[in-house]
Design a protein around this ligand. Structure first.
Ligand code: ATP
Ligand code: MG
Length: 288
């Protein structure tokens, strides 16, 4: 059973002149981390909205084509059930927090209360998750007094506590510094290890290269490229859709232009280190 199957999906927001999704055909398998990239306005957030059922239930517009989520047609999902099946984290850590709870502990408990989880179990789960994410010291703090990175961790704590099988994450690090971004990616890697299916919109291609199993490039509401992360990131057409390859991939291109090609194209740092080592050993052996 796939996480999502989209067949020729078009969506145009009410009163918009052009479609936000313009013929998307895409299959996202379960248990994988799917990276979504693309220029501004290419349809990434709209695609996330479709997966969590707020397009077209909350955002009015014209939806055509076929969307199947976990083997069930989107139209056959109850919106409340879909909301508890699919956990979401968004770009702005300042709108993540409900604003109606006085402590981080209560904030994380909020989603579980909505699910009707018994009080004892809520307490156990919240304690477990704050320890797991290293934010136990924040539990008694007011959520409104947290930094962006701390708020983003609380948002992840909430969905981990809810134990959703599917997590849709839209640019979670766009407002965070590099250190907080790495921490968020560490949390996402942990979700992946626990077998969650993850859809992650993220501009930081270097981080996606390390963690994503597949990548999809959207361009003007269409799927420009999709496939395994390595395959997509080393595709020569990538730049033409406004997406820069990882730094190490660019470095390898420059080495090749300088007549010192690596034996294959690296997309992760570890790979680049290994391939550059190999290249240097060869050059030494040939007396360069
Ligand atoms: N609520 C809305 N009402 C009308 N049009 C919208 C709405 N949200 C998005 N759009 C339009 O739909 C298109 C796709 O937008 P979307 O937000 O999905 O792109 P995106 O790839 O997430 O962009 P960004 O990188 O800026 O987040 C854009 O042309 C945008 O202006
Ligand atoms: Mg967006």
């Amino acid at each position: 059973m796939a996480l999502a199957v989209l067949e020729d999906v078009h969506f145009t927001y009410a009163y918009a002149e052009s479609p936000a999704l313009n013929g998307i055909t895409l299959t996202l398998e379960r248990g994988l981390l799917h990276g979504i990239v693309g220029l501004n306005s290419s349809g990434k957030t709209t695609l996330c909205g479709l997966l969590r059922g707020i397009v077209p239930n909350f955002h009015n517009g014209d939806l055509t084509g076929r969307t199947t989520i976990l083997d069930r047609d989107l139209a056959d999902w109850d919106s409340g059930e879909l909301a508890t099946t699919i956990g979401c984290v968004f770009d702005n850590p300042f709108t993540q927090i409900s604003g109606i709870r006085d402590t981080v502990f209560e904030e994380i408990a909020f989603g579980l209360e909505n699910l009707g989880v018994p009080r004892e179990e809520i307490i156990d789960r919240v304690i477990g998750v704050v320890e797991q994410l290293g934010i136990a010291a924040l539990a008694d703090k007011n959520p409104n007094e947290l930094s962006g990175g701390q708020r983003q961790k609380v948002a992840f704590a909430s969905i981990i506590a809810m134990d959703s099988d599917v997590v849709v994450i839209d640019e979670p690090t766009s407002q965070l510094d590099p250190e907080a971004s790495e921490a968020v990616f560490g949390i996402i890697a942990g979700l992946k290890e626990r077998g969650k299916s993850i859809v992650l919109v993220e501009h930081k291609v270097d981080l996606l290269a390390e963690y994503a199993d597949t990548m999809t490039v959207l361009h003007e509401g269409r799927v420009a490229l999709t496939g395994g992360t390595r395959e997509v990131l080393s595709d020569p057409r990538l730049r033409s859709f406004g997406v820069a390859p990882p730094e190490v991939t660019e470095l390898a291109e420059r080495l090749a232009q300088a007549g010192r090609p690596l034996s294959r194209i690296p997309v992760t740092r570890a790979e680049a280190v290994e391939l550059i080592d190999e290249r240097m050993r060869e050059e030494r052996a040939h007396g360069h």
